[in-house]
Design a protein around this ligand. Structure first.
Ligand SMILES: *Cc1c(COP(=O)(O)O)cnc(C)c1O
Length: 340
């Protein structure tokens, strides 16, 4: 019963098979290979658009920091939620990669930015006033860090407000598959159609060994050379890019990534339902994806720990239980028997 993280889960067998399949013969390096070219076509079909550029990275932190640094100058700011991964969990990578760009933290329930906070922050932007740091980017996360999902319409609404103020819109999609399944939205609806300029499309948590895709849409493509230059300088230009591309192909083919996310989401619902049957245990946030944040009573927490269940205690004292593509009915049965 390992509910520590979807990053603790193994890679999906089809990912490993794909790696073995491309592991033959010589291929051009740095993304000029046939596998990465094949991924481009598959991405175009998945995104329902041709007007994009992409880059592959092995970690979400690198892809966020690289993406943001192309749009936030050293003297600018990035608007994000106070709980955002870029603010809490990346050791200052966005600030470091942008050469000093500042994060401006906004509030809101379930790690979703409150509209009034966003409107206030946008209204305060004044590029002529030298003493404050004007925002250049709005960064949203879906699935959020609290396991809730923004509907595509809300992303579109926020993106429109941000663009009116001249900002670039970044979407941290480390768990985007979970958000898509939860909201019944397509990747296109959740990204470029909603006004996202730069998407960090995470696949590692979904089932890859290590593969994150930075996607630049439309106007943002003018930064593609800058992105590659920054990737090279920071050491995020994988020479044998084909192995990253192969992982993405395995997951995006026939919607496997969404099937895996659907399983993880369903298991999270089951975990939440079992826990909530215990008096004294309550959800801290609604469960939209594959993360359950609960306040456990002492007896329930004790039973789980004694049975060897693995999960983290969060900063607010709640417990976080994460499911993955691999969480099966057997794990849920085991959990049920511990709680009975
Ligand atoms: C996990 C995660 C990332 C990326 O983390 P890495 O460990 O660097 O791959 C980025 N954003 C969010 C919201 C995440 O949950």
């Amino acid at each position: 019963m390992d509910f520590s993280s979807d990053t603790s889960a193994p890679a999906h067998p089809r990912v490993m098979e794909a790696l073995a399949r491309v592991n033959a013969g010589h291929q051009s390096s740095y993304g000029n290979d046939a596998v990465t070219a094949e991924l481009r076509g598959l991405l175009a079909r998945t995104l329902e658009i041709e007007d994009f550029d992409f880059w592959l990275c092995a970690s979400g932190t690198a892809s966020n920091a690289l993406a943001l640094s192309c749009f936030c100058p050293p003297t600018g700011a990035i608007l994000c939620h106070a709980e955002a991964h870029i603010a809490r969990d990346e050791r200052g990578a966005p600030e470091f990669f942008s050469g000093g760009g500042k994060l401006q933290l906004l509030g809101g329930d379930g790690a979703q930015i409150e509209e009034t906070e966003l409107r206030d922050a946008l209204a305060r932007i004044d590029h002529g006033f030298v003493h404050e740091t004007p925002a250049h980017v709005l960064s949203l996360t879906n699935l959020t860090e609290s396991g809730t999902a923004y509907p595509a319409a809300r992303i579109a609404h926020y993106a429109a407000l941000a663009k009116e103020a001249g900002l670039t819109v970044h979407l941290d999609g480390a768990r985007i598959a979970n958000a898509l399944v939860s909201m019944g939205a397509s990747l296109a609806d959740m990204s470029w159609r909603a006004g996202t300029d730069v998407l960090c499309l995470g696949l590692t948590k979904t089932g890859a060994m290590g593969c994150e895709i930075i996607v630049l849409f439309g106007e943002a493509r003018t930064k593609f050379n800058e992105l590659k230059a920054r990737a090279k300088r920071s050491g995020h230009m994988p020479p044998k890019m084909r192995y990253l591309a192969a992982q993405a192909i395995a997951l995006l083919t026939d919607g496997l990534w969404l099937d895996l996310a659907r399983n993880a989401n369903q298991r999270a619902q089951e975990v939440a339902n079992l826990l909530c049957r215990r008096p004294g245990t309550e959800l801290v946030h609604p469960v939209h994806g594959n993360e359950v944040f609960v306040r456990l009573d002492d007896e329930t927490a004790g039973r789980l720990r004694d049975a060897g269940a693995v999960f983290y205690t969060w900063l607010d004292g709640s417990s976080r239980l994460v499911t993955s593509w691999q969480t099966g009915a057997d794990t849920i049965d085991q959990l049920a028997s511990v709680l009975d």
